[in-house]
Design a protein around this ligand. Structure first.
Ligand code: PEP
Ligand code: MG
Length: 316
């Protein structure tokens, strides 16, 4: 079957370096799945969905209206399957669609996208997903079918969460399509707004299996730097103390509540930040394809330092 084929296709280097922290990889396009799998990463920490749609050249609403929901489900199945196959049985975290209006405007049928002053603070992420549940349902149906076909390595996470209600609503839509979050499948959220970081206690109470830091967005919202605005690009700092403080806080609360933590923004490819995340006890790091190897050795070195320090302290 497809999965066995996928396993054979994956030729990944054996990992001479063992780490307690999982080292995963970000995948933005299904076409790079094989290359991403060959890094030897322990899974996909972020599978973006936007390119699955961009690849069709057609706006999802147009696909829905003209070809019906089965056609849209099929688009997602095709994209996700490529990655799930390449990584099987390693876990793959699918992130539901996070399309800012300016990105889908050029698509066939995209002329109806609203023109926003600042798309980065606009109609995107899970709030858009919940405003267009007919599209979100297709994504969840795709995951459900793949699971039924034996792809047990899939997880789901939702982008740009700002309140607990969004989590509740996604669980309800899952239920409607027959995919029970957390019982059928691991379910998590992206922590990429200051709001999500500051209400992490409420979020863990509502119930998630994991959270993943989207440091690209978290940084832009914490320090008020539009990540698409070249005039302020020089002020953009993922290692701003305010960003790091929020992350440290979230990891602490999550550890106390047995919720796994991960990072999938660019910070996960930056050695100096990764060292801190490992010291704070993050569960996994997801890096860019070309950074996986470096990050694995950075993590190994950091973990070794933690162990050595604790031995030295015990001898005092
Ligand atoms: C992030 O915000 O850090 C992230 C990983 O998501 P994206 O870059 O797709 O917004
Ligand atoms: Mg983001």
């Amino acid at each position: 079957n497809n999965m066995e084929q996928g396993q054979q296709q994956v030729i990944y280097e054996s990992n001479p370096i063992i780490t307690a922290t999982d080292i995963k990889v970000n995948v933005s396009m299904p076409e790079v799945a094989e290359r991403a799998a060959a890094t030897g990463a322990d899974g996909v920490g972020l599978l973006r969905a936007e390119h699955m749609i961009l690849g069709t050249g057609v706006h999802p609403s147009k696909i829905l209206n003209e070809q019906g929901s089965e056609a849209l489900v099929e688009v997602f199945i095709e994209g996700i399957k490529k990655v799930a196959d390449a990584f099987y049985p390693r876990p793959v975290t699918y992130r539901t669609l996070d399309a800012p209006t300016d990105e889908f405007m050029g698509l066939e049928g995209g002329q109806d996208e609203p023109h926003e002053q600042n798309p980065m603070m606009g109609w995107r992420g899970i709030r858009r997903g919940l405003d267009q549940p007919e599209i979100l349902s297709c994504e969840l149906k795709a995951i459900k079918r793949l699971r039924e076909d034996g792809y047990r390595n899939l997880n789901i996470m939702i982008p740009l969460v700002t309140n607990v209600d969004e989590i509740r609503k996604v669980k309800a839509i899952g239920k409607e399509v027959g995919l029970n979050m957390r019982t059928d499948i691991e379910f998590g959220i992206m922590v990429e707004t200051p709001a999500a970081a500051l209400i992490i206690d409420d979020i863990v109470k509502e119930g998630v299996d994991f959270v993943s830091f989207g440091t690209n967005d978290l940084t832009q919202y914490v320090i008020a730097i539009d990540r698409n605005n070249e005039f302020v690009a020089k002020y953009y700092m993922e290692n701003h103390p305010a960003v790091l403080k929020l992350i440290e806080h979230v990891i602490k609360i999550c550890r106390e509540n047995d919720v796994k933590t991960s990072v999938c923004g660019q910070a996960g490819s930056r050695p100096a930040i990764v060292e801190k995340l490992v010291e704070w006890g993050i569960t996994s790091i997801s890096s860019n394809i070309d950074a996986v190897k470096t990050i694995r050795s950075v993590v190994a070195r950091t973990e070794q330092k933690i162990i050595l320090d604790s031995i030295r302290n015990a001898k005092k």
